[in-house]
Design a protein around this ligand. Structure first.
Ligand SMILES: CC(C)(COP(=O)(O)OP(=O)(O)OC[C@H]1O[C@@H](n2cnc3c(N)ncnc32)[C@H](O)[C@@H]1OP(=O)(O)O)[C@@H](O)C(=O)NCCC(=O)NCCS
Length: 177
């Protein structure tokens, strides 16, 4: 996207009583269990941000703090007609900045193994693949179990994470929307 297009993307927090208008984005992004769960999460989760382009709802992201200075991207979705234009990347960049400012040291996400667009999005933001056993080594078996429950990882999903460090995060420093 060009700089002028970038500046037309407006990202704002959405309070719980104003989230209903985001449901159509979920409906064209998820199906089955994911759709049901994403709708429920939309109404319950603390932080939801939307991206608007020329006053049109283009995308959303749902964020959660897992404790122990760990952030989690619960859901990210971009309306079909706006995909591939950098909106998802901007939502994620802004979320990484947010978590960094809140003192989080790592950010996690989970994606279905065959979801190429989603994997590309997270890999483009320096996320790396991790595993249940790596989490257990890092945080201990019980803590990692609690973390995985909070993340609600289901079979067929891979776990991604990235560290947040000022030295490593050129993309975070340069985020400007
Ligand atoms: C995953 C999703 C959010 C990506 O949103 P998007 O706005 O299309 O993503 P972007 O245009 O910002 O692209 C992000 C990165 O992915 C890569 N990418 C995206 N689409 C691509 C394509 N068709 N070809 C090649 N690379 C692509 C780019 O490298 C881009 O990185 P860049 O910003 O450095 O250029 C969107 O496809 C979606 O809503 N999917 C359905 C819901 C879903 O699966 N969510 C994820 C699980 S919660």
């Amino acid at each position: 996207m060009s700089t002028s297009q970038d500046s037309s993307v407006l990202i704002t927090d959405v309070p719980p009583n104003a989230r209903e208008d985001l449901v159509p984005i979920l409906e064209e992004s998820f199906e089955g269990w994911y759709l049901r769960h994403s709708k429920r999460t939309l109404s319950e989760i603390g932080l939801v941000r939307e991206a608007k382009v020329n006053d049109e709802r283009a995308g959303l992201i749902m964020l959660k703090e897992l404790g122990n200075r760990l952030g989690y991207v619960y859901y990210i979705a971009v309306a079909r007609k706006f995909r591939g234009k950098g909106i998802g990347g901007k939502l994620l960049d802004r979320s990484l900045s947010y978590f960094f400012d809140r003192g989080m040291q790592e950010v996690y996400a989970s994606v279905e193994e065959d979801n190429e667009e989603s994997s590309r999005l997270f890999l483009s933001r320096k996320f790396k693949r991790t595993s249940r056993s790596e989490l257990a080594r890092k945080y201990g078996t019980i803590n990692s179990f609690v973390l995985l429950r909070k993340m609600l990882i289901v079979p067929g999903e891979i776990i991604l994470f990235r560290e947040l460090s000022p030295k490593l995060d050129v993309s975070i420093q340069s985020t400007s929307i």
